[in-house]
Design a binder for this molecule. Sequence first.
Ligand code: MTE
Ligand code: MO
Length: 240
Amino acid sequence: MTKTTHSPAALPPGQRRIDFFPRFGRRVGQPPPPVPAHPTVVFGGALTAPIEITVDELVGTDRHELRADFHCVAGWSVTGLAWEGVAFADVYQRYVAPAVAPGTIVTHVMVRGLDGEHFVAELEDLLADDVLLADRLGGRPLDGAHGAPLRLVNPAQYGYANIKHVCRIDVLAGAPAAGSPALLDRLLQSHPRARVWEEERHGTLPGWLIRPVYRAIKFVMLSAAARRGEPGHQSKVNIG
Ligand SMILES: Nc1nc2c(c(=O)[nH]1)N[C@H]1C(S)=C(S)[C@@H](COP(=O)(O)O)O[C@H]1N2
Ligand SMILES: [Mo]
């Protein structure tokens, strides 16, 4: 599978390398969501009818390995993660495209996790050949910290677009209506494309301008995780 065209030594603008892969994100204060005994993904939205497929079936054929860097909007990057799973594009062609309601042109895709987090991506961004639905990391099944049972991996987009614990994927015929007007949401508003090399950190502010805010968040969150003694902070086994 083809990967990034950027030099392996280079990081996207405003990013700093760290040598462990922390559990991170908005839900980091809560335990990871429990994984059902027989996890499934429901495909819905602009389909003739929703489709439910077991994770085992989804990842069972046409598997790929992907070595890729991971970039969080808060400014940390981990390099050389070894993911395994299936290409999002293959899943889309096999299950979703044939079920799209007649006359509908899919432009966006909403990916949702068992913890309720979601991201809406442009379909085109998810059809890139380095976008996976991954069930393994570093030669082992994904753990709760990093997105069991299945996670979206899109190295070209910030971490917040890499939804963990995937349980639902809805295809949409247009961009969704604007989100919550709450102050915190406006301050940390995601970018609709979230492309790391373009530094699309924020919905309205230039990436470089908002860097210090995210760096402060990174500092607070990584310090708290270190105090909790989370595994990524003692071992480097997951990466490289
Ligand atoms: N389901 C879910 N996916 C999520 C998040 C989350 O809280 N819940 N956080 C996002 C953010 S902001 C980041 S940086 C990455 C962190 O991934 P990690 O915990 O594997 O490092 O997951 C992303 N995907
Ligand atoms: Mo993030």
